[in-house]
Every structure is written in structure tokens, then in C-alpha cells.
Design a protein around this ligand. Structure first.
Ligand SMILES: Nc1ncnc2c1ncn2[C@@H]1O[C@H](COP(=O)(O)OP(=O)(O)O)[C@@H](O)[C@H]1O
Ligand SMILES: [Mg+2]
Length: 144
């Protein structure tokens, strides 16, 4: 699939969301920033789990809410951030975010809005509720 512009997809369940993440992972390269948007429980972490699979990572991705960042190593490294508890971009500098950009991996960031303005992402992924309880609309935008 071509993710070079804007792609709008529908997932009927968690598996399908993961599968879309897995396909999308093939367009990622070292240093890319992926900003994930969507409320609590929309499937941002599920999508990231798919990205990990697509990058050849065998560890199961879980929510890094308390750790801020989890690191995984595959064909390309994955640095999975959850900025839910972040109070501003300053804190992102404090945890050494800049270093992650040059460590040969891709940074996937949940709650990127909490650090808005500091960095511009390469991709935005927006997940929203569909008509059925387990349906999700997924929009993937290449922004850089
Ligand atoms: N289509 C779907 N895609 C992703 N998750 C779904 C879907 N339908 C139901 N779910 C459920 O929604 C929750 C998503 O959790 P999670 O990925 O942790 O969300 P977030 O990281 O956005 O808070 C899971 O409990 C999952 O089983
Ligand atoms: Mg999450």
C-alpha cells in the first residue's frame, strides 16, 4: 500500500487495526516521527503493535504510559512514546528525545499534542470511532 499522501481506511476490529499498522511500517525509515492521534482506547497502542510486527520486532508492544518510552529492536528500532502525562515540550527535551531521532529507529508517539510545536512529525495517524463499537476510522497522512 502507498502511504505517501493521505490514506483513509476502516478497521472492523483490533486485529485489522494491527494489520494496517503492520502494512504502514514498511514505509517507515530511521528518524521518522509518527504522531498518533485519537482518544483513550481508540487503538493507538494496537496500531503501534502492528508497526512493531512490520518492523520485525517479536516483543509484544504494551502501553508505555508509566515509562514514557519503550524501546524495541528489529530491522528498524522502534521507540514508542506515550506523552499522556507530559506537561509540555520542555519535558521531552529533558528525557533526551533528540537522541532518539539519531539512533537508527522510528519514533511513534501517542498524545503528541502534549508536546505540540517542538517537533514536526513525518506522519500523522488519526484514529476515530466508527459506527459499530469495534469499528475505527484510520487516517494516515504524510506531512513531511
Ligand atoms: N478496531 C479496533 N482497533 C483497535 N482496538 C480496538 C478495536 N475495536 C476494539 N478495540 C479495543 O479498544 C482498545 C484499544 O486499546 P489501545 O490500543 O490501548 O488504545 P489507546 O492506545 O488508543 O488508548 C482495546 O481494548 C481493543 O481491544
Ligand atoms: Mg495507548
Amino acid at each position: 500500500m502507498d502511504f505517501s499522501k493521505i490514506t483513509e481506511l476502516t478497521a472492523q476490529n483490533e486485529c485489522e487495526t494491527e494489520k494496517i499498522g503492520e502494512d504502514f511500517a514498511k514505509s517507515l525509515k530511521a528518524g521518522d516521527i509518527v504522531a498518533m492521534y485519537g482518544g483513550m482506547g481508540m487503538g493507538k497502542t494496537a496500531f503501534t503493535r502492528g508497526i512493531a510486527r512490520g518492523l520485525g520486532i517479536s516483543d509484544r508492544v504494551t502501553s508505555p504510559t508509566y515509562a514514557i518510552v519503550n524501546e524495541y529492536y528489529g530491522n528498524l528500532s522502534l521507540f514508542h512514546f506515550d506523552l499522556f502525562r507530559l506537561s509540555g515540550a520542555d519535558e521531552l527535551f529533558d528525557i533526551g528525545f533528540d537522541d532518539y531521532l539519531t539512533r537508527g529507529g522510528t519514533c511513534v508517539i501517542e498524545w503528541f499534542e502534549n508536546a505540540e510545536g517542538a517537533y514536526s512529525p513525518d506522519y500523522e495517524v488519526h484514529i476515530s470511532q466508527g459506527i459499530d463499537e469495534s469499528e475505527r476510522k484510520i487516517i494516515i497522512k504524510k506531512v513531511k
